[in-house]
Design a protein around this ligand. Structure first.
Ligand SMILES: C[S@@+](CC[C@H](N)C(=O)[O-])C[C@H]1O[C@@H](n2cnc3c(N)ncnc32)[C@H](O)[C@@H]1O
Length: 196
């Protein structure tokens, strides 16, 4: 069992966030396709990857790996080293066979991504227009009954919240409030009401 809460990997996920990711992946079919937009050094990736062990679930990680990212503060690392750091962290966790990294922008990659997604987790750029574009471009790839989710549903990330509400409406606000959860992840199940 991978101790994903003590991976030592730098990132912005709380223990509760990591638990949500891990537990959610455990609920998915044995052959689920998972897509993470914005993996940074792999902190969230390892929590999800740990729930793929012993299954045919597979996680695709899309990131520019340029070392810096817009819309968030924190440690920036050398651009040349960014991807290597991610890869090393995945290797140390023994998860290479469950994880496929795809280097590029979320908008460049979406056109060529042809798999049907069971779980989409959005945590790339945190600017309003970028979050909106990611939701709109990637949600059509999620199967009906699949889960659309993202990080940073909290007061400090107004632009993320605004983009989520713009696409999914005010019911999202009520839904998230009612949950009173400890983590910072917004989520919903894709249903017939979603119009592409
Ligand atoms: C907040 S970090 C992700 C944190 C990560 N999920 C974790 O657990 O630590 C955001 C990441 O998104 C990437 N990113 C930002 N904008 C992007 C874009 N347009 N396309 C691809 N990756 C992007 C950055 O390179 C950065 O690694």
């Amino acid at each position: 069992m991978i101790d994903y809460k003590n991976s030592g990997i730098l990132g912005y996920m709380t223990d509760e966030d990591l638990d949500w990711l891990h537990q959610t992946v455990l609920t998915l079919p044995n052959d689920a396709i998972i897509v993470e937009l914005g993996s940074f050094q792999g902190r969230s990736t390892v929590a999800m990857g740990a729930a793929c062990v012993g299954t045919h679930r597979h996680l695709y990680c899309i990131d520019k790996w340029e070392g810096v990212f817009p819309g968030a503060s924190g440690e920036n690392i050398d651009a040349a080293a960014a991807f290597d750091v991610f890869q090393t962290n995945i290797e140390h966790s023994d998860l290479e066979k469950f994880i496929t990294p795809i280097k590029g922008t979320t908008q460049d990659i979406v056109g060529s991504f042809s798999m049907v997604i069971d779980l989409l987790f959005i945590d790339a750029s945190h600017f309003f227009q970028d979050v909106l574009d990611d939701i709109v471009a990637w949600t059509p790839k999620v199967k009906l009954g699949g889960i659309i989710s993202g990080h940073d549903w909290d007061r400090g990330h107004c632009e993320v919240n605004e983009a989520v509400i713009q696409v999914f409406g005010q019911q999202m606000v009520a839904r998230q409030k009612n949950k009173r959860f400890a983590h910072h992840i917004w989520d919903l199940v894709k249903d017939q009401n979603y119009v592409e």
